[in-house]
Design a protein. Sequence first.
Length: 79
Amino acid sequence: MRIAEMLNSVQYVVDRDGRHTAVQLDLKTWQMLQEMLEDLEDIAEIEQARQEQEETIPWEKVVAEYRSTHGLVADDVQS
């Protein structure tokens, strides 16, 4: 679902004078919006790390450390 479609699915709560006071979203749209916001936060954090030129950790090391601490890793995670 695109942002424009999400905005079209909004239902407004109005006061006695007909002014919009709140919005209401269906659960599916709310969940999609949450995922989009989380993705944007991730992108912002990655960009900030790049600008700060922080040391990166190789993916293989992350997976190995996770395995040593937590055990198994999902099949789709490759080291």
